[in-house]
Design a protein around this ligand. Structure first.
Ligand SMILES: Nc1ncnc2c1ncn2[C@@H]1O[C@H](COP(=O)(O)OP(=O)(O)OP(=O)(O)O)[C@@H](O)[C@H]1O
Ligand code: SF4
Ligand SMILES: [Mg+2]
Length: 329
């Protein structure tokens, strides 16, 4: 598969391959908080991989670990078939421009003291780019994200949230990235502005030939933008695969519960989420979802479920899946 440490069944190239990723942070009184626990997935060149899951499940930490901010505690991230951990500082620096990230809060992501022009061109000055950026090309870039270049000397506070997100996107694109990691890029924006930014990202993806990681807790948005989807629960992958398979035929009780909360999803409410999300400082044994799962049996409390395949590109880790595993050889 795509991402569970088995052979890829998909055609096309894997641009990013994450294997057995673990990210730990220091917790209170000498404890460790494992924000990401043994996560594996592939991102194929040219696709958008959506990452979903409740707050605190490790979406942002996973994405940041891909760009080594911070470097993972263990596991590997291969980009374009190179292990990023094995690169020298200089090599990593040159690859880092390929992988750019935009964040949820566009206003605080921009330096308030600098003009739009300085913000967008500063990355080019620091990092350099693959192409040659002239003032004319930067001006064109500013226009292409929907900002009038005549406002290039204005500061971020003179723009709305949506406009600041456009500026963040231009700043990222100025570095000629191959991968754009979008961490809740529209969550802080009004609904009408959300649609504009999503359309812009879609247009730019085609224009700049981008591969995208798209993190959101908004499942409707993820469905809209993603080719494939990764569902995370408490630091682990619950289900992963083709977006249509995940949204139309989820087999993991957690995915079903998440989707049942979306109006019009067609997934019934039997498995709707109840109970508190356990603390990542002391995650449940076995399947981490067992404390909230209406399908849990004894084995779920003791044994971490293995991934099984439910379609050509559809995988889930569950002892009692709500679908029949397939054997595709
Ligand atoms: N720098 C850090 N230091 C300590 N703990 C952290 C740090 N960053 C994240 N965490 C913890 O790691 C876990 C995963 O956090 P993360 O931000 O990746 O989740 P998320 O899925 O992006 O959540 P949200 O939807 O709220 O953005 C959480 O328990 C969080 O508190
Ligand atoms: S492994 Fe068990 S507890 Fe976990 S999702 Fe499946 S049925 Fe529920
Ligand atoms: Mg986050």
């Amino acid at each position: 598969m795509v991402g569970i440490g088995q052979e890829s069944l998909r055609e096309g190239e894997s641009l990013i391959r994450v294997e057995n990723l673990v990210v730990e942070f220091p917790g209170p009184r000498g404890s460790k908080l494992q924000a990401v626990s043994d996560v594996s997935f592939d991102v194929m060149a040219g696709e958008t991989l959506g990452i979903v899951g409740e707050s605190g499940c490790g979406k942002s930490t996973t994405a940041k670990a891909v760009i080594r901010m911070p470097p993972p505690t263990s596991g590997t991230v291969r980009y374009d078939d190179e292990d990023l951990a094995a690169l020298t500082k200089e090599e990593l620096r040159s690859r880092r421009t390929d992988l750019q990230m935009i964040f949820q809060d566009p206003i605080s992501a921009l330096n308030p003291r600098r003009s739009v022009w300085d913000i967008i061109s500063e990355g080019v000055e620091i990092w350099g780019t693959h192409g040659v950026w002239t003032d004319a090309r930067l001006t064109e870039l500013i226009s292409s994200v929907g900002i009038d270049p005549q406002y290039r000397d204005r500061k971020p506070f003179q723009f709305s949230g949506g406009q600041c997100q456009r500026i963040s996107i231009a700043r990222a694109l100025a570095l000629d990235p191959k991968v754009l990691i979008c961490d809740e890029p529209v969550s802080a924006l009004d609904v009408s502005v959300q649609a504009q930014i999503l359309n812009l990202l879609d247009d730019l993806k085609t224009e700049h030939d981008l591969t995208m990681l798209f993190i959101s807790h908004d499942l409707a948005v993820v469905r809209n933008v993603s080719d494939r989807v990764l569902v995370m629960y408490l630091g682990r992958v619950a289900e992963v695969g083709d977006a249509d398979a995940i949204f139309d035929n989820p087999v993991h009780p957690y995915t079903q519960a998440l989707l049942s909360a979306v109006p019009g999803s067609g997934i019934d409410n039997d498995g709707s989420l109840s109970g508190e999300l356990p603390s990542p400082l002391d995650p449940p044994t076995g399947c981490r979802f067992h404390t909230r799962c209406s399908h849990a049996t004894d084995v779920c409390k003791t044994t971490v479920p293995e991934f099984r395949q439910f379609g050509k590109d559809h995988w889930a880790a569950c002892h009692n899946p709500q679908g029949t595993p397939v054997d595709i050889t």
